[in-house]
Design a protein around this ligand. Structure first.
Ligand SMILES: Nc1ncnc2c1ncn2[C@@H]1O[C@H](COP(=O)(O)OP(=O)(O)O)[C@@H](O)[C@H]1O
Ligand SMILES: [Mg+2]
Length: 198
């Protein structure tokens, strides 16, 4: 059984705590702390669907199944790290600090453009896209944006998962809402620039 503690904690959302995997620091373990069972079920079902399709894991951390922990069942994923070894920070973090780092506008825009292209090319369906559920990985070849939470399809008849035409419509709609939310959340000039680019 994996022993998780304050020392292994790397992040916390509304439902889950995220810990470095005690036996493998390239992976993380997510445990539900508050009513996240339904989200976890949907996420894992969608991950299994993507695994069967054998997608390229460019924009999503890979999922490695569940392990028992002292905090209950834990879901094991890649822990996204920058090339210098630091755990990658969320897009929300970078957007909050954009006024002091305007030089990042271009690379963040490029990372988001590439993310959207990959979602469309591989027909990856997300729930609501939020900056705190995306991380920007600093790599020697540039920034990459990955979605670390809230993927999958909650439609009763999830046709967009199977028919690319409907998938594209859904991805475009989610992306439009994501842009709207960025504009609403923040009036910073740099965010306006990003929204125009993506
Ligand atoms: N695979 C990952 N790699 C790096 N950081 C992550 C990863 N997954 C989650 N995190 C960090 O942990 C936080 C909470 O994770 P998340 O999966 O969003 O939990 P919740 O389901 O509670 O919202 C994220 O905002 C992010 O900072
Ligand atoms: Mg989250």
């Amino acid at each position: 059984m994996l022993e998780l503690s304050a020392a292994t904690l790397v992040g916390k959302g509304l439902h889950r705590e995220v810990h470095v995997h005690p036996d493998d620091d390239s992976k993380c373990v997510k445990v539900v702390v508050l009513r996240g069972e339904e989200e976890t079920r949907r996420e894992q079902a969608y991950y299994r669907f993507l695994q069967r399709r054998n997608i390229d894991w460019i924009s999503l951390p890979q999922f490695y199944g569940n392990e028992e922990t002292n905090m209950g069942p834990g879901a094991v994923f890649d822990l996204i790290r920058d090339d210098d070894g630091q755990v990658s920070k969320t897009l929300a973090f970078y957007l909050d600090n954009l006024s002091s780092t305007p030089e990042l506008v271009e690379s963040i825009s490029q990372a988001l453009i590439k993310l959207k292209r990959d979602l469309l090319e591989q027909n990856i369906i997300t729930m609501t896209l939020k900056p705190k559920n995306m991380v920007l990985q600093l790599r020697n070849d540039g920034m990459r944006c990955l979605i670390i939470d809230n993927i999958g399809n909650s439609d009763i008849v999830p046709i967009s998962s199977y028919v690319r035409f409907f998938g594209r419509k859904k991805i475009e709609r989610k992306w439009g809402k994501f842009k709207q939310s960025l504009k609403r959340d923040d009036s910073q000039q740099q965010i306006e620039v990003i929204c125009k680019r993506i």
